[in-house]
Design a protein around this ligand. Structure first.
Ligand code: UGA
Length: 431
């Protein structure tokens, strides 16, 4: 099929590359000229395992093309995916200006039937606005349909998530739209759920909010564990063995970050309020998440005593492993708070240092974890990269000024760390 994807951010680029890999002809459009110039050469500015190879392979096959022109991009496309950003406004509401602009431009340039698919995470009723905007600007009265097809890609495993999804959700109003999307996704042989457009929009918000709730729930439990001497890993295991609960997203830690959960939670609370429902549960999920970072700092203070002038080593800057994305990363927030207390920060991340350098001043970036440990009063693990699980902790101990590790992701075994002579503090674990 001929497909156009408008927006080459994370979602747009992964979707475009994967649809090309499935044999479609894909044109990706973005108004950022320098980005398109780089993409045409197969240069990608985000780190996502396998994405570079996929883009390059499909560029060579000429199944993936990049352009800055919506007019050229959509000319021969039957399906147009809108995957532009929906950043949060100061009040948490999603800013849909980009979505609106793109819709008007598509409408002004369409000559033949198009199925316009919302892929960006958008509030309920966006579908209706998309349809209205296209109708208003569709002077040639070209036939079109709209659909909502939310993405469930996780950074770090996005290609696998696209190629092997648990489900594909398609929100449509017409049979033609349903048939086109069903045909597009048929090679994936995944369960397809067809709903109305509003349900599809809610499925996305509800799924992300539910996962965030699971994380905050186990983080709340971790606080109780610390107070009574239980171990949150054992508790999570016991809970997760119940099929109705499931073991995933029960890892206690410094909380969730990234550009999806924090933003989508706020947006969902905002939509609910607008619709007349006070989603207080999500307010609490957000508060627990915020508090987790404060609790980590409290642990640092309780063990390092005065923070002013001390050196603290940070392992992990990205919001999760296997990505270089630092947006709403707990590490960035924790570093900023420690800096306010007069702490000198040393840091290392396997992939996110370039992005962190642009964001953070007064941080000494080191070439490896051992450089971070050297002469630090405390080592804090904030992202669970595999590299940190395989550290030579005997060497780390020799390098640290004090043998103190605060493990914000529970990647180490408390007993072994104690045996090595560390004061080891995890999240919700027996010391
Ligand atoms: C999330 C969803 O998982 C995707 O399904 C969704 O498509 C995506 O948002 C989106 O809306 O675009 P992502 O933000 O990439 O994906 O990452 P997750 O793996 O969900 O992790 C989010 C945060 O939760 C990370 O900071 C991670 O460290 C934290 N987390 C996750 C925990 O603290 N504990 C857990 O048990 C799991």
């Amino acid at each position: 099929m001929n497909i156009s994807i408008v927006g080459t951010g994370y979602v747009g680029l992964v979707t475009g590359a994967c649809l090309a890999e499935l044999g479609n002809n894909v044109i990706c459009v973005d108004n950022d000229e320098s980005k398109i110039k780089s993409l045409k050469k197969g240069r990608i500015t985000i780190y996502e395992p396998g994405l570079k190879e996929l883009v390059r392979r499909n560029l060579r096959r000429k199944r993936l093309v990049f352009t800055t022109s919506i007019k050229d991009g959509i000319k021969n496309a039957l399906l147009i995916f809108i995957a532009v950003g929906t950043p949060p406004k100061p009040n948490g509401e999603a800013d849909l200006t980009y979505v609106e602009n793109v819709c008007s431009e598509i409408a002004r340039n369409m000559m033949t039937y198009k199925l316009i698919v919302e892929k960006s995470t958008v509030p309920i009723e966006t579908g209706m606005w998309v349809e209205r905007t296209i109708r208003q600007n569709n002077e040639r009265r070209v036939a079109f349909d709209i659909a909502s097809n939310p993405e469930f890609l996780s950074e770090g495993s996005a290609i696998n998530d696209f190629m092997h999804p648990d489900r594909i959700v398609i929100g449509v109003k017409t049979k033609r739209a349903r048939d086109l999307l069903t045909e597009l996704y048929s090679p994936l042989k995944a369960p397809i759920l067809v709903t109305n457009i509003k349900s599809a929009e809610i499925i996305k918000h509800a799924s992300n909010s539910f996962l965030a709730t699971k994380i905050s729930f186990i983080n709340a439990i971790s606080n109780i564990c610390e107070k009574c001497g239980a171990d949150v890993l054992e508790v999570a295991k016991g809970m997760g063995m119940d099929k109705r609960i499931g073991e995933s997203f029960l890892n206690a830690g410094v909380g969730f970050g990234g550009f999806c959960f924090p933003k989508d939670l706020l947006a969902f609370m905002h939509i609910s309020e607008k619709l007349g429902y006070d989603f207080g549960l999500l307010r609490e999920v957000e508060k627990i998440n915020r508090d987790q970072k404060g609790l980590l700092i409290k642990k640092v203070k309780e063990n390092v005593w005065n923070l002013k002038g001390k050196t603290i080593g940070i392992l992990g800057l990205s919001f999760k492993p296997n990505t270089d994305d630092i947006r709403y990363s707990p590490a960035i927030d924790i570093i900023e708070r420690l800096k306010k207390e007069g702490v000198k920060i040393k840091a290392y991340d396997p992939q996110a240092m370039a992005k962190a350098r642009q964001e953070l001043d007064d941080v000494q970036f080191c070439k490896d974890p051992y450089g971070v440990a050297k002469n630090s009063n405390c080592l804090i693990i904030i992202t669970e990269w595999d590299e940190f699980k395989q550290l030579d902790f005997t060497k780390v101990k020799k390098l640290l000024k004090q043998p103190l590790i605060i493990d914000g992701r529970n990647i180490c075994d408390p007993k072994s760390m104690k045996k090595l002579g560390f004061k080891y503090i995890g999240i919700g674990r027996k010391e």
